[in-house]
Design a protein around this ligand. Structure first.
Ligand code: IFM
Length: 459
């Protein structure tokens, strides 16, 4: 029997989504093309050739979706803006129809008493900017800051919470090293440069937005992984150091401590060169933040590959073909990710201990399972309830041990386009039938509504 727990007063309970994963309407309202349109329409890139063309049709159904959130007792909704909807070519005047869509969404949320929390970039780079070199070139960071300042000027009268980037590791390393995500490039040097320019864009955007409205809250969301060595063997410890460097410290150190770690520079400069690192970048990237968003899904346990082991290197870790991620035997979700709620405690307490971190939010956590609507018209996803219950408890332990955690946003509000996995992986606490767009609140959604209502968990 577990104990009943209560979260601190004012703790925020939310859900999260991203523009390309839910909006659809890719050719409406003057929206330009994004790298994900191109990627998803390239044969062989996504499972079953799925695309975000329609997704959850949220562009048209946003009011119903806000009503659903009310039923779920959501107090904060974290969503992303589609850059190509707002600046179809990634530069210049804002597209009035794009602005009008987000005006409608924000107003609908506010009327429903839900706090809008904007992420400026969740991976849908305008294709025109990719054609000009994408994140591996410095100019994209400048374009991002311009875009941020322009949309902030239109929404900051109603939106107080601004996240610059979602998971820059994914944009840089899945996009430009492994090529599993758009734009599908396999060039480790480009990935390392992309990571730097993403963070530079973050810093430039924070400066631009804060100078206009110093009273609002600015932050970034990182996907962090507790990383450990499978054994104490020095080769395994070094593998863990390198993976931890690329997964966590590559972002946490420049953003929160003002510089790249020396060991990581020693690993990465031979791969990418150092010409993209300019004087003054460190300061720009490390501007003070009001919030750090942490997305947590699983832990990495790694070792130096054994000569006899049959493994596929993770080519999103650059210069690391000799590193093997191992399974520890814990149960996995439909993504194959080991369920490890202690990992959430570990990463939150580590960030609080090792960095001068601002208040944190879990801006994403959740699980994919193969849910279906049953004959009773319900979705009985007890596994997701168990998953969330364990992770909520881990977050609560972290708070009890001194972490300044202010809220928790479940990934995701509803089943959606899970990137290269298409519609085959369901993360929602609301089920979506892609053929009919019928929404059905899952048992986990009802359970979440009760957690949010009581600001805690029953025994
Ligand atoms: O769906 C993604 C989301 O876009 C970013 N974080 C991880 C989720 C699950 O893979």
């Amino acid at each position: 029997m577990t104990d009943a727990i209560t979260f601190p007063e004012g703790f925020a309970w939310g859900t999260a989504t991203a523009s390309y994963q839910i909006e659809g309407a890719v050719a409406e309202g003057g929206r330009g093309r994004s790298i994900w349109d191109t990627f998803a329409h390239t044969p062989g890139r996504t499972r079953s050739g799925d695309t975000g063309d329609v997704a959850c049709d949220h562009y048209h159904r946003y009011a119903d979706d806000v009503a659903l959130m009310r039923e779920l007792n959501v107090d904060t909704y974290r969503f992303s803006l589609a850059w190509p909807r707002l600046q179809p070519n990634g530069r210049g005047e804002l597209n009035p129809e794009g602005v009008a869509f987000y005006d409608r969404l924000v107003d609908e949320l506010l009327t429903a008493g839900i706090r809008p929390w904007v992420t400026l970039y969740h991976w849908d780079l305008p294709q025109a900017l990719e054609d000009a070199g994408g994140w591996p070139v410095r100019d994209t960071a400048l374009r991002f800051a311009d875009y941020a300042a322009a949309v902030h000027a239109r929404l900051a009268d109603r939106v107080a919470d601004w996240t610059t980037l979602n998971e820059p590791w994914c944009s840089a390393f899945l996009g430009y090293a492994s090529g599993h995500h758009a734009p599908g490039i396999q060039d480790p040097a480009a990935a390392v440069r992309a990571a730097h320019h993403l963070m530079l864009g973050h810093g430039l955007a924070v400066e631009a937005m804060r100078s206009a409205r110093p009273d609002l809250r600015y932050g970034i969301t990182l996907n962090l992984y507790p990383t450990e060595a499978a054994t104490d063997d020095p080769a395994d410890l070094d593998a863990a150091r390198r993976v931890d460097g690329q997964s966590n410290r590559l972002y946490l150190d420049p953003i929160l401590a003002g510089r790249y770690p020396d060991d990581l520079l020693a690993d990465l400069v031979p791969i990418a060169g150092g010409e993209h690192l300019r004087d003054g970048d460190d300061k720009q990237i490390a501007l003070p933040l009001d919030v750090l968003g942490v997305n947590y899904y699983s832990r990495h346990v790694v070792r130096a590959a054994r000569p006899d082991s049959d493994y596929t290197p993770n080519d999103a870790w650059v210069g690391a073909a000799d590193i093997e991620k191992i399974r520890t035997g814990k149960p996995v979700t439909a993504m194959g990710w080991e369920i490890d709620d202690q990992g959430l405690y570990d990463i939150l307490t580590r960030v609080a201990r090792d960095y001068a971190a601002p208040p944190m939010y879990v801006t994403e956590n959740g699980a994919a399972y193969p849910d279906a609507v049953g004959p009773d018209g319900r979705v009985h996803d007890q596994q997701r309830i168990d998953y969330l219950d364990g992770h909520f408890r881990a977050a609560h332990r972290a708070i009890a041990d001194g972490v300044d955690l202010r809220g928790y946003f479940v990934w995701s509000l509803m089943d959606n386009f899970e990137w290269a996995w298409g519609y085959d992986r369901r993360f929602g606490i609301v089920h979506v039938d892609s053929a009919t767009q019928q929404r059905t609140i899952k048992d986990s959604g009802r359970w979440f509504a009760e957690v949010a209502r009581r600001n805690g968990l029953p025994a």
